[in-house]
Design a protein around this ligand. Structure first.
Ligand code: C2E
Ligand code: MG
Ligand code: MG
Length: 940
């Protein structure tokens, strides 16, 4: 299949071809048309002239014959030739050739010739004469007159009558064959007709070849026939009306070699057109073929075939274009080769492959750019080691990359570090190092072939980190080093990427504050340690948490907290053995990893750590005390994986903190069980909220004087489907740590407010309902909204609600918590400080707190009457409340003695089992103290 056939039909070629053909067709067709018209016109004009002349000639010949006949008659004798009028008329001399018959009207009678003709012509003449329109007299002047006789059905007869002395003597019928002979001789393709002045047909002759064989044909063929007419005037000579001669001949056709001219012209035009088409096709193809090649070449180039060239050899503009294309393709190929080589290095950089592999690619690149050169790449590894990769040629000139590690002495290191800029050395020059004296790392490869050594140092972060040594086989100038510099720049990027990556890896695995391993680094180290560890080898994981660190952070600020963390980590590092790892996975949490440690060693380390952190820190000149709790998990007893070991250590830590902080705890399955129970409890709490399993019990607060119930504390209970009624101590901690306390607290608020509002509507004389609020509820910031909702839903006035908060609210963000309490206080809500005496409140802080009520904790009440210390503390608390003008409530009163002491101290309200245990709402309503009666002890 030819290229042409395969190539898609070119639209441009089609258009050009059509244009060429169109441009050729129009003038050819026009020329043909004009030539045909003009030639036909000339031919017709010539033919018409000839025909007119022929018509005149023929009519003249007929006239000549008539005049000849006239002469003969005029000269004819008066008497018959034989002298006897009766005798049959013998042929008068010469008349026989001209006349068909003759009648002599003599004195003796009529003589007729030829004898065979039956009748004389006298009667015929007479009838012909009578048919004349004009009177006889009009023609009398003529000696010989002509008459036409149409009496016979055949051809009309032409009669001539010769007068003598005014009388008709001779009547002769002109022989029609003789008379009309000029018509028959005039041509085979013509048709002739002669008519008299009245339009009567005298004769019609149609030539054998004439298309007008019949009269009717005339009408049909009118378009193809030309007529020429001429009139023959007979009045003067023969005393008759004029005759009209009409010649009809076929319209002339211009022909050549038997074929019409139009056919010839058409054929010539077609041939011309064909020639134009062939030429234009050839010419277009000749022009477009290389263009198509160039287009295909460009497309191939665009598709990435850098080796594309076009084979067009011409000495015109297209040849120039092809040369330019090939030149451009060559440059692109070179450029792409360069870019691909550099891109391979870039890919290495992005893939994070080793610098050795990047150096290998760099050497390959150098080998392709400097085919006759040898090269090496040298880079620093550590303090004095130099890694060297160089290229050498193997069998079949295959490129081989070799690597080695060199140890540099001080002098060599100085020399390496002293390479600042690109240098060209001539190894033969005495000024430069001689070939033998060149240190190994300055040798590019095979020194035997080297005429010039180019040194291209690579500097990173102000130091010479690597060096490209290029051994060129010929003397080279600075420009020749440009490709090598590009390679060096790439290596610089690789080196920067390597150091950046190393830094990133370090940062990813280390805590920026303390420099210890972070959670990610810790995980990596545990995994690595476990990978290397034998199945039964010991490994201790200690989870350490700073006690009260959050307080320091909250009170002294995060910067002070950071300083403290750094100091704590330093102490930890100083007390652990070198084989141990100290990590800080987050916050105030540390992990110690001690390979090979048994339980005793782990416990010792824990004690050491706790002791180290227990010593006071001096922070900005202020002494600060911390403490630490430690949980210990051991491989392989407690777990074999990172997750297991860390989880067990955390569980043990949780237990250590729950057991009173400042101590260490070894993981046990029981702890695990407790932890699991906590998790389960959490899930159950969630479900309890959904299933509405909580209830509120109410404990009265009574007037010391008469036991009248003044207010009530709402206390939550959980009606557990399996475990029965649960008290807050069994679940409030979990609710707080899981964040569920918000939802639970909201529920209690709604329930207590609704109940209190109902009692108020029923007229129960209860001044206030008191609801416990967890500090966490204040931290979340949603409490005010919940309280507002509960009040508005229940319709309870704000004054009838009291919120009990504990001193721990002063620990977190007291400002924020106090702002919320103050706002609710403005609404009329009373705020009580619960469990007073168990926290760390100072007088100064107490004064700023937005509180109305102080509740003395049960722990002081218990010792009243028996413990003097308790008595003293209680008295102090009472005095404090008095001085702060706070309403004082004592709780946990179980005995009358306790009640009596508190009464005597002037407590405003008393609360305790002595008066009533917390009871459900319906039982509360039955308490006698509610309706002014004596206080009773109720059991729940
Ligand atoms: P609290 O606010 O100090 O409540 C008083 C606790 O002392 C109640 O225990 C109550 O039954 C108990 N109590 C009262 N009088 C006596 C007595 O004479 N002797 C003895 N031994 N105990 C007495 P309960 O109901 O187990 O509540 C324990 C703690 O749970 C409460 O201490 C309170 O801090 C918390 N709590 C209770 N209900 C809620 C609540 O709805 N929300 C929040 N956040 N905490 C609650
Ligand atoms: Mg309370
Ligand atoms: Mg309390």
């Amino acid at each position: 299949m030819s290229d042409d056939a395969r190539a898609p039909r070119s639209r441009l070629a089609q258009r050009l071809f059509l244009l060429f053909v169109l441009v050729a067709v129009l003038p050819l067709a026009l020329t043909d048309w004009i030539a045909t018209l003009a030639t036909t016109q000339v031919a017709e004009d010539l033919s018409l002239g000839a025909r007119s002349q022929a018509t005149r000639q023929v009519s003249r010949q007929v006239l000549d014959r008539l005049l000849n006949a006239k002469s003969l008659l005029r000269l004819a004798p008066e008497a018959p030739p034989g002298g006897s009028a009766d005798a049959a008329l013998t042929e008068p001399a010469g008349l026989g050739q001209v006349f068909h018959q003759v009648t002599l009207l003599g004195a003796q009678g009529q003589t007729h010739w030829p004898a065979s003709e039956p009748a004389s012509l006298a009667s015929v003449w007479a009838s012909a004469d009578s048919g004349l329109e004009r009177p006889q007299a009009a023609h009398s002047a003529a000696e010989v007159q002509l008459r036409l006789d149409f009496s016979l059905p055949s051809q009309p007869r032409v009669l001539l009558g010769a007068f003598r002395d005014g009388s008709l003597r001779w009547i002769a019928e002109v022989d029609s064959g003789h008379l009309w002979a000029p018509l028959t001789d005039a041509g085979l393709d013509t048709a002739w007709s002669v008519r008299d002045n009245r339009g009567r047909l005298l004769v019609r002759h149609v030539g054998e070849d004439s298309p007008l064989q019949r009269e009717s044909d005339l009408a049909e063929a009118r378009g193809d026939v030309v007529s020429s007419n001429t009139q023959l005037f007979l009045a003067g000579e023969l005393g008759a009306g004029e005759w009209l001669f009409t010649q009809q001949a076929p319209r002339p056709r211009v022909r050549w070699q038997g074929l019409p001219l139009a056919l010839w012209l058409g054929a010539v035009a077609l041939l011309g057109l064909l020639a134009v088409a062939l030429f234009s096709h050839w010419s277009i193809r000749r022009t477009l073929q290389p263009l198509r090649q160039l287009t295909q070449g460009t497309q191939a180039l665009a598709a990435g075939a850098a080796g594309t060239r076009v084979e067009i050899r011409r000495d015109d503009e297209i040849g120039d274009l092809a040369d330019a294309f090939n030149d451009m393709a060559q440059r692109i190929e070179t450029q792409i080769g360069t870019l691909e080589g550099l891109a391979a290095i870039d890919r290495d950089i992005l893939d994070g492959v080793s610098f050795e592999r990047v150096a290998g690619h760099a050497l390959q690149r150098l080998a392709s750019r400097y085919p006759r050169a040898c090269a090496s790449v040298n880079w620093r590894e550590g303090a004095s080691a130099l890694h060297r990769s160089w290229m050498t040629r193997g069998p079949a000139d295959a490129l081989l990359i070799r690597s080695e590690q060199l140890e540099l002495d001080g002098e060599a290191l100085m020399r390496f570090a002293g390479l600042f800029r690109d240098e060209l050395l001539d190894p033969a020059q005495p000024a430069a190092a001689s070939r033998q004296a060149l240190p190994r790392w300055l040798c590019p490869g095979d020194p035997a072939r080297v005429a010039t050594i180019a040194l291209l140092p690579l500097r990173h972060e102000g130091q010479t980190q690597a060096l490209i040594v290029l051994g060129l086989a010929e003397a080279a100038d600075d420009a020749a080093l440009q490709p090598a510099r590009e390679v060096r720049d790439r290596l610089a990027v690789a080196m920067a990427a390597r150091s950046r990556e190393q830094e990133l890896v370090y940062r990813a695995a280390h805590d920026s504050l303390t420099g210890l391993a972070n959670r990610y680094g810790l995980h990596q180290r545990i995994e690595q340690t476990l990978d290397r560890l034998a199945d039964d080898a010991a490994l201790a994981v200690l989870s350490l948490d700073l006690d009260h660190f959050k307080d320091v952070n909250d009170t002294l600020g995060h910067e002070a907290g950071d300083e403290l963390l750094c100091a704590a980590s330093r102490r930890l590092k100083s007390c652990v053995p070198a084989s141990a790892l100290v990590a800080r996975p987050g916050g105030d949490e540390f992990i110690l990893l001690l390979p090979g440690a048994d339980p005793a060693a782990a416990a010792t380390l824990a004690r050491l750590a706790i002791a180290a952190l227990g010593r006071p820190f001096t922070l900005r000149g202020v002494e600060q005390r911390l403490g630490a709790s430690v949980g210990i998990a051991l491989h392989p007893h407690h777990g074999r994986t990172r997750e297991e070991l860390l989880r067990c250590a955390d569980i043990a830590l949780f237990a250590a903190k729950a057991a009173g902080r400042g101590q260490h705890m070894l993981f046990t399955p029981e702890l695990d069980r407790a932890a699991r129970e906590r998790v389960q409890l959490q899930a159950e709490l969630r479900r309890a909220l959904e299933r509405n399993e909580f209830v509120v019990h109410y404990q009265p607060r009574v007037q010391p004087r008469d036991g009248r119930i003044l207010s009530a504390e709402a206390l939550i209970r959980w009606q557990h489907p399996e475990r029965g009624l649960l008290y807050p101590g069994a679940f409030i901690d979990v609710a707080e740590s899981s964040g569920l306390i918000d939802e639970i607290g909201r529920w209690v608020l709604e329930a207590a407010c609704t109940q209190a509002a109902a009692w108020r509507r029923e007229g129960t004389p209860l001044r206030r309902i008191s609801v416990n609020v967890s500090t966490r509820q204040l931290v979340s910031g949603e409490l005010t909204g919940f309280v507002r909702d509960a009040l508005s839903h229940s319709g309870l006035p704000a004054e009838a609600l009291e919120l009990e908060v504990t001193e721990s609210l002063l620990m977190g963000d007291p400002g924020e918590a106090c702002a919320q309490l103050a706002e609710m206080r403005r609404w009329g809500v009373t705020i009580a400080l619960d469990d007073f005496g168990t926290g760390y409140s100072s007088m100064a802080i107490l004064r700023q707190l937005p509180i109305d009520v102080m509740k003395i904790d049960r722990s002081f009440v218990v010792g009243l009457g028996t413990d003097d210390g308790a008595m003293a503390v209680t008295r102090a608390i009472v005095a404090l409340a008095r001085s702060l003008r706070l309403h004082l409530v004592a709780e946990g009163i179980e005995t009358e003695a306790q009640a009596e002491v508190l009464r005597s101290m002037g407590c405003d309200e008393l609360q305790g089992y002595l008066f009533s245990r917390p009871v459900p709402a319906d039982l509360f309503e039955l308490l006698p103290g509610l309706r002014q009666g004596p206080a009773l002890v109720a059991q729940d």
